[in-house]
Design a protein around this ligand. Structure first.
Ligand code: GLU
Length: 560
């Protein structure tokens, strides 16, 4: 074992003892049964929708038990850090309501691992003093050689037992030599001296029950290399923190942040044996674990994990950019977590607790069609003003022109969102994402509408241009508004008859050459002139929302 002074010289002289941190972060004063959970994303890429799923579960459990949920940013892998990602995190947390409960006075902070260096170092030093951790000078080449020899002899790969070159007690790790190397400033990592249990260990998972897994035999790295990183590393390393690995930070942070339930992805199940060893060595009580099954998708008939690399819908930005309403996404995710919640109406499902006992062990399938249905149904229940506010919120940075137009025409906007939505048995549900708004409703707004001026435009259905112009002019000349749809439509019917269109398909089919087209072809001309499209919401309602002046203005544009 290394002498205490040799160990202590590796750390700042004023580094606090672990007891200091115990006092600084005392057990939380919470009622019995209150859960303390956290979401611990790494800023190495975009937030995965699976992260929102896991965080939503963690937050729900904490909040409903009278506990606390917080977000801890796991930025110990600074070489993989992606710029701008924390802003993206904040946007996503805000949107989906999964931000930390602890923001004001940050009682258990900092919540950024890179700002917790001295907390980790106190505990690394403590383990080194008692020989439960040790410096390791193995080079990359040596480690590769070890793996090569283990593979060749079909042994488990890793740094363990007699393969662990610098483990105290090995021939190489003579304390005097180790001390000399440290004194000389040779780069090293700190490794955990694993109790090296063979065979399998079992532990409990709140979702999965009793699990069995291969024990951990490896002396894993707990503190990353002291070597400067990269070319300009000398200067950088003077300022940049000396950081632990995920595993070590996990044990220290869950303990000192007083987390009692870790909700995380199932890919961490295999690390539990190591984590339990680390908690034990540090003298900490381990938290309960709930390993959540990953979100899946079907791809060419096969089920696979939603992939950050392959699937745009794996990224939270996808939902924010498209403007899926947050309650709809959360409702959908809750239903994936607990099937029971998918059976309830949205409001009720959002108010009901998520239960870990009902979380499946198999990854649930994300079905974007289903999500679109949910979003359409949800939007159909909102009031016009709420829809417009949400559209403006979405468009604020993405479509400022739309925000301006909606603000300048608020009354019209309120009329148009109610078209075929209010006072009808089957309200329209085509608005699924806020980004759909412009395409579906933009034509209502004079400044977003491009009038149709070419009488030969293909949307007009190939009718003779002169007829198109005559028909449109006639309609504009005699146009009057009526609240009554049949009466209003009567003028379309009469117009079509005046210009020789067949009143119905039957009459038309009996003698096609006798007519330029049917009633519906004449109506299409008006629809295209008024809406710019061959399909639109009910034309009577559209015209009502637009007002007669605007209807006539659009018709005249086509008359020429
Ligand atoms: N930083 C880890 C990750 O992003 C967190 C896992 C955990 O929740 O403990 O995968």
């Amino acid at each position: 074992m290394l002498a205490r002074d040799v160990v202590d010289r590796l750390f700042p002289a004023d580094l606090p003892e672990p007891a200091h941190w115990e006092t600084r972060y005392p057990p939380r004063a919470l009622p019995e049964g209150a859960l303390v959970t956290r979401f611990a994303p790494s800023p190495t890429g975009f937030v995965h929708i699976g992260g929102v799923y896991t965080a939503m579960i963690a937050k729900d459990l904490a909040d409903r038990s009278g506990g606390v949920y917080f977000v801890r940013i796991e930025d110990t892998d600074q070489s993989r850090e992606v710029a701008g990602v924390t802003e993206q995190f904040d946007r996503a947390f805000d949107y989906f309501g999964i931000g930390s409960d602890e923001t004001a006075d940050a009682p258990y902070g900092p919540y950024l691992q890179s700002a917790r260096e001295s907390i980790y170092l106190s505990h690394v030093r403590e383990l080194m003093r008692s020989g439960r951790a040790y410096p390791c000078f193995a080079t990359r080449e040596e480690l590769e050689e070890i793996t090569r020899r283990q593979t060749a002899t079909k042994l488990p790969t890793g740094y363990y037992g007699s393969w662990a070159l610098w483990r105290p007690g090995s021939a190489q790790a003579d304390p005097a030599e180790v001390a000399a190397k440290l004194e000389a400033g040779e780069p090293y990592v700190v490794r955990f001296r694993s109790p090296g249990v063979e065979g399998r260990v079992s532990f409990d998972d709140v979702i999965r029950g009793r699990l069995e897994h291969e024990a951990n035999r490896n002396d894993v790295v707990i503190l990353k290399s002291s070597a400067p990183r990269g070319a300009s590393a000398e200067r950088a390393s003077a300022q940049s923190p000396r950081l632990p690995t995920y595993h070590f930070a996990h044990a220290v942070d869950e303990h000192l942040m007083r987390v009692n339930l870790v909700v995380r992805g199932e890919e961490w199940i295999s690390s539990v044996p190591l984590h339990l060893q680390l908690f034990e060595s540090l003298g900490f009580e381990p938290p309960a674990y709930a390993h959540v099954a990953p979100l899946m998708k079907t791809d060419a008939g096969n089920k696979r994990k939603l992939s950050k690399r392959k699937d745009p819908e794996a990224s939270v930005e996808f939902y924010l950019d498209a403007g899926y309403p947050a309650p709809a996404v959360l409702y959908y995710l809750r239903g994936l977590a607990n099937g029971r919640l998918a059976e309830l109406p949205l409001e009720q499902a959002l108010a009901e607790p998520i239960r870990l006992a009902e979380c499946g062990v198999a990854g649930p399938l994300v079905d974007m069609v289903k999500l679109a249905d949910i979003a359409g149904d949800h939007i159909a229940t909102l009031t016009g003003p709420r829809i417009l506010d949400a559209v403006c919120g979405w468009a604020a940075v993405r479509d400022p022109e739309l925000v301006e137009v909606l603000a300048a025409n608020r009354e019209l906007a309120e009329r148009v969102v109610d078209v075929e939505r209010v006072g009808v048995a089957n309200p329209r549900k085509d608005l699924v994402r806020w980004s759909d708004f412009r395409g579906l409703y933009g034509f209502f707004f004079p400044s977003l509408f491009t009038p149709v001026t070419d009488a030969a435009d293909e949307r007009l259905g190939g009718l003779d241009s002169a007829l198109v112009r005559k028909l449109t002019a006639d309609f504009a000349d005699h146009y009057t508004w009526s609240d009554e749809q049949p009466e209003w439509f009567g003028q379309v019917r009469e117009l079509a008859a005046r210009h020789g269109f067949a009143p119905n398909p039957k009459a038309y089919k009996a003698d096609p050459d006798a007519y330029p087209g049917m009633l519906k072809d004449a109506a299409n001309v008006l629809r295209v002139a008024i809406t710019g499209a061959t399909r639109s919401p009910d034309l009577h309602q559209v015209c009502g929302a637009l007002g007669a002046d605007e209807v006539i203005r659009r018709l005249r544009a086509l008359v020429g």
